[in-house]
Design a protein around this ligand. Structure first.
Ligand code: IP8
Length: 258
């Protein structure tokens, strides 16, 4: 089984509030279906979540009553995005149902509490894909908080024990430095904890590398001796399908555990 996170940068236009990349999503759903792999999809919130979440600092929990209407609005927006995702999945021939984290689960100090996975496993047993997504989730201690799709993927690893985790983004993989500002930056085709320690011990590392390091760490946390974790560019036609079929494609693979 393969756990797939469709990132907000590929399913939405992150620069504009609530713009859905329908054509790309349609193609990606067809690629997943055509690959024939058994998968569970989680998706990001993109511009349906991040624009207002940032404006109202929803990641800080309740600090100002003015945030409250924004909590409801963001939940509404990401549900609309989720329904558009489900529509594309259903049209591609993948039976899928919505499992909104903000309605089904709680958090405690930012940690998603998913102690009872019965609803997820019941859907899976019937051959129905439960689709979770980045959401505003009520928090026992902070009122509410942001639960990212990445956090959900990490929790789902403990429930589904996937053989592989695939992050679909709009970049070719992890680069040593930000390729937008450093055009000569090299793509890291493989990430191991050994490489991570070399990055951290390099005194010349800057903030950008720090960002890469955080991503490497998150990807490595999801790996085990039996499971690797791959970052692939979903904006390039056919790349996700090839990867899912087991072919070698341009990407970054984290392996070996943290
Ligand atoms: O797009 C963020 O989830 P992500 C969720 O997976 C919200 O980081 C509501 C901003």
């Amino acid at each position: 089984m393969i756990l797939i996170k469709l990132g907000g940068s590929v399913i939405t236009d992150k620069t504009q509030y609530r713009i859905f990349n329908r054509d790309t999503v349609r193609r990606l759903c067809a690629e997943i279906k055509d690959s024939g792999v058994d998968s569970v999809i989680v998706h990001g919130a993109g511009s349906f979540g991040h624009v207002l979440a940032k404006k109202y600092s929803l990641q800080n929990g309740l600090v100002d009553p003015a945030q409250v209407p924004a909590v409801a609005r963001v939940q509404y927006d990401v549900r609309e995005l989720n329904l558009m995702m489900l529509d594309e999945l259903l049209n591609a021939g993948i039976p899928a149902v919505s499992v909104p984290p903000g309605s089904c689960f709680m958090m405690a100090d930012g940690k998603l509490l998913l102690d009872d996975p019965e609803v997820l496993l019941s859907a899976s047993r019937l051959g129905i894909m439960p689709v979770m997504f980045g959401d505003v989730v009520f928090d026992r201690n902070k009122g509410f908080g942001i639960c990212s799709g990445d956090q959900i993927v990490e929790v789902l690893c403990g429930i589904y024990h996937p053989e592989r985790v695939v992050f679909v983004s709009d970049v070719d993989g992890l680069f040593e430095k930000d390729p937008k500002t450093n055009p000569d930056s090299k793509l890291l085709t493989e990430v191991t904890s050994e490489l991570l320690s070399r990055v951290s011990s390099d005194s010349s590392v800057d903030d950008v590398t720090g960002g890469v390091r955080a991503k490497m760490e998150a990807m490595l946390r999801m790996t085990s001796p039996e499971r690797d974790c791959v970052l692939v560019n979903g904006s390039v036609k056919g790349r996700l399908c090839s990867l899912l079929k087991g072919e070698r494609v341009i990407s970054t693979t984290a392996k070996g555990g943290l």
